[in-house]
Unconditional design. Structure first.
Length: 327
């Protein structure tokens, strides 16, 4: 793995607490089933930052935490994983919770509440200072509710003209990774175009890529495969696009070309958090100085290994990942 320069990953999203349940199937309305097992885990944006830490990179949480039992659980886990919590503290409410149900086919269904992490002050990200190699991670979850949306758009406006000093005579634009998330259908075109104005690296799955394409008015055919969709999106947003394909690998489109990044074959038992693992490892590898295709290659293996374990934050360690990559 490349280790040229070591930046940080700054996460502008939301940390919540996940109540995870293993179930046979999603129950029909007015019926009840029993879960085979459950857990109480810190999730949401934590999953991405956990993956970053597993890669040995500094992770900074610029989002919010509340007050109450759920916030205490979240705060303790951030401390345990040595994640820097630099964001705001909301003293009016607790951190939110997400019920994450995984069925016998390893597919996930979520029901979430809104908590302190979405009660975002407008100036929440004003104190973010970027250095050489730093990566800013943004999520579509921040663009659905008005308060976090306003705060993130304010940061985007700042990043539009922001540069990072690389040397005495060289400045570069900051590296931004944007994951539209499962909430992508609720993000309007103007907002997506505002995000596109800072040319982030887009990371999304096949379903999300079709939704983004539709919202942005990209002309696609229903028969277009994910590689063509990645290329069309990349040309539209004028930025690199990663389309994650789960067990089929990923496509990376940039500069008018699309590359297939091979999958890592495993038997999945729980896909909860796999996309977060992939995004976190991509961010971490970019902070290490890797090229994008190499970052996605490593992330494919990390995400594959993560789905062989139960839970939302199951990114393998750097040692495990290095062994898998060399086998």
């Amino acid at each position: 793995m490349t280790t040229q320069q070591m930046g940080r990953v700054i996460h502008t999203g939301q940390v919540v607490v996940d109540l995870t349940m293993n179930i046979d199937h999603i129950p029909q309305p007015s019926t009840e089933i029993f879960a085979d097992g459950y857990g109480l885990e810190v999730g949401g944006g934590f999953n991405v930052m956990y993956a970053v830490r597993q890669m040995g990179i500094i992770a900074e949480y610029a989002g919010g935490l509340g007050v109450g039992p759920l916030a205490d659980i979240a705060r303790e886990r951030l401390v345990r994983e040595k994640i820097v919590a630099s964001g705001y503290r909301d003293t009016t409410m607790d951190t939110g919770i997400c019920v994450a149900m995984t069925d016998r086919n390893a597919e996930r269904t979520f029901v979430s509440t809104r908590g302190a992490e979405l009660n975002t002050p407008l100036d929440a990200y004003d104190d973010i200072r970027l250095g050489v190699g730093d990566v800013v991670y943004m999520t579509g979850y921040s663009l659905v509710d008005e308060a976090p949306k306003a705060a993130l758009l304010r940061l985007i406006e700042r990043l539009r003209t922001h540069t990072v000093k690389q040397s005495a005579d060289s400045d570069e634009k900051p590296t931004i990774v944007f994951d539209p998330s499962t909430m992508v259908a609720d993000i309007d075109r103007d907002t997506l175009e505002t995000v596109a104005s800072v040319h982030p690296i887009w990371s999304l799955n096949a379903r999300e890529s079709r939704i983004v394409a539709g919202t942005l008015g990209v002309e696609i055919d229903e028969t277009d495969d994910a590689s063509q969709l990645a290329l069309s999106l990349s040309e539209t947003v004028d930025a690199p696009v990663i389309v994650r394909q789960g067990g089929k690998g990923a496509f990376v489109a940039a500069g008018g070309r699309v590359e297939t990044i091979a999958p890592h074959a495993v038997d999945a038992i729980d896909t909860n958090g796999a996309g977060d693992t992939h995004c976190g490892v991509v961010c971490a590898m970019l902070a290490r100085g890797s090229e994008l295709n190499e970052a996605v290659r490593v992330a494919n293996v990390a995400a594959a290994l993560s789905v062989t374990r139960r839970g939302p934050a199951t990114c393998p360690s750097l040692v495990e990942l290095t062994a898998a990559l060399s086998s």
